[in-house]
Design a protein around this ligand. Sequence first.
Ligand SMILES: [Zn+2]
Length: 122
Amino acid sequence: MSVAVCVGCGETKEGAFDPCDGCGLDPARGGTDRMLQARSLLLSERFYSEEALKEFGRKIRVGEPVSYDTGQMSQLVEELKTQKLPVISRASPGCSIVTWSMLGMLVLLAAGLAYLYGAWKH
Ligand SMILES: [Zn+2]
């Protein structure tokens, strides 16, 4: 499980692009607000340990300024410009499970038909 911190209120959440339970901030819905998305990505387990993230969360909650690494920020903004948002690809694992179970059923059906056909031939 990945851990991320809401850049709006400091609440811990599961993914950097997940909507926040605490304040409702949803970085994925920010659309073109890449700075918000980059900040959200930066405050995730990809860059910091869980302990460091908790410290970030505490700072945001009490209103202390959080220093975002400007180098990493601009790198992330670039990355977001060229890549599809993770939220778009989030739908695909579910889709592929449906596709694979459909395929599995088809294979079973074909095997069953082949068996029946073989039994009928004899
Ligand atoms: Zn929040």
